[in-house]
Design a protein around this ligand. Structure first.
Ligand SMILES: CCCCCCCC(=O)SCCNC(=O)CCNC(=O)[C@H](O)C(C)(C)COP(=O)(O)OP(=O)(O)OC[C@H]1O[C@@H](n2cnc3c(N)ncnc32)[C@H](O)[C@@H]1OP(=O)(O)O
Length: 257
């Protein structure tokens, strides 16, 4: 079978070159081959394993980010750990968290497991492929202060009231950011309670900061507070409190222990 495929590929390749011998297409094919050879990577840089072993981080800047989103991102990146010219690490109070399109990818080897376990599933906030259409966001945590900040740019598919962000989309982001902080501090958790006060309508396409901080931990309960503001923090859009309960992985499979 493999032999047949190889032979057929060889035939097709041959056909293309033979066709090219009859005129202009030869020059085109020749030019194409020449330029292809110029861009061929040295063998040492070609990965032996054809699948990437690193999941894609969806919270990297992309062309849909507005200058305001990029400015806020750059502001927090500058406060993260950096490598100076001598290769030494300079400690910063903030750390950028990666963001994958499935939670399973945070686990060691998760990128491979995700190809087998419910492979079609996607994290809600990362489920639309078109950049900028829904949720563009990046989360930074401050371990010392037990807080985090998310820079969030809403996309055109998140409309609720005309020209403004849907309350459910705002709730989604609040759940995501407070849940990320609770998980960072307490390990595996699930949202038990979310209280939201919508103070001002949020214009669609705007960039906001979602600030979350630990209120307290009581036994299995992690209480988080949250405020959503404009990037200069002059305008308050939303306030919330959230309760997360620590769970065992078995809880997701119906076990209560
Ligand atoms: C990378 C992206 C991160 C995104 C994060 C997003 C996270 C999510 O959206 S999760 C999805 C939404 N949440 C759910 O589906 C959870 C559904 N609920 C459950 O599974 C369970 O009710 C669960 C896990 C919350 C609690 O159940 P269980 O483990 O049996 O805990 P239980 O013993 O009843 O309660 C533990 C404590 O929490 C308290 N508690 C539980 N639920 C609540 C509640 N709704 N309100 C107040 N307190 C509560 C209990 O009173 C108890 O308190 P205490 O320790 O003082 O006695």
């Amino acid at each position: 079978m493999l032999g047949q495929i190889a032979r057929r590929l060889g035939q097709l390749h041959g056909q293309q070159i033979c066709n090219g011998l009859n005129g202009v297409r030869f020059k085109e094919t020749h030019r194409h081959l020449q330029s292809s050879f110029k861009t061929v990577r040295p063998i040492s840089t070609i990965p032996l394993w054809p699948f990437s072993s690193r999941p894609r981080d969806f919270s990297q800047p992309n062309s849909s980010w507005s200058p305001e989103m990029r400015k806020a991102y750059d502001h927090y990146i500058a406060l993260c750990d950096t490598d100076n010219e001598n290769g030494e690490k300079t400690k910063g109070p903030w750390r950028k968290l990666p963001s994958y399109n499935r939670s399973i990818k945070y686990a060691t080897g998760g990128i491979h497991l995700s190809k087998f376990i419910q492979a079609e599933n996607r994290l809600f906030t990362r489920s639309v492929k078109e950049q900028g259409a829904t949720f563009e966001y990046v989360v930074f945590v401050n371990k010392e202060e037990k807080s985090c900040v998310c820079v969030f740019q809403s996309g055109r598919l998140l409309e609720g009231a005309p020209g403004h962000v849907h309350g459910g989309a705002i709730a989604t982001m609040i759940d995501t950011v407070t849940g990320t902080l609770a998980g960072y501090l307490s390990g595996p958790i699930m949202t038990a309670n979310l209280n939201i006060d919508y103070r001002n309508p949020m214009p669609l396409g705007s960039v906001v900061l979602i600030h979350s901080a630990l209120d307290r931990i009581e036994r299995r309960k992690t209480f988080i507070t949250c405020k959503v503001t404009s990037t200069d923090e002059s305008k308050l859009y939303t306030e919330a409190t959230a309760l997360f309960v620590s769970i065992s992985v078995g809880h997701l499979f119906g076990s209560r222990n």
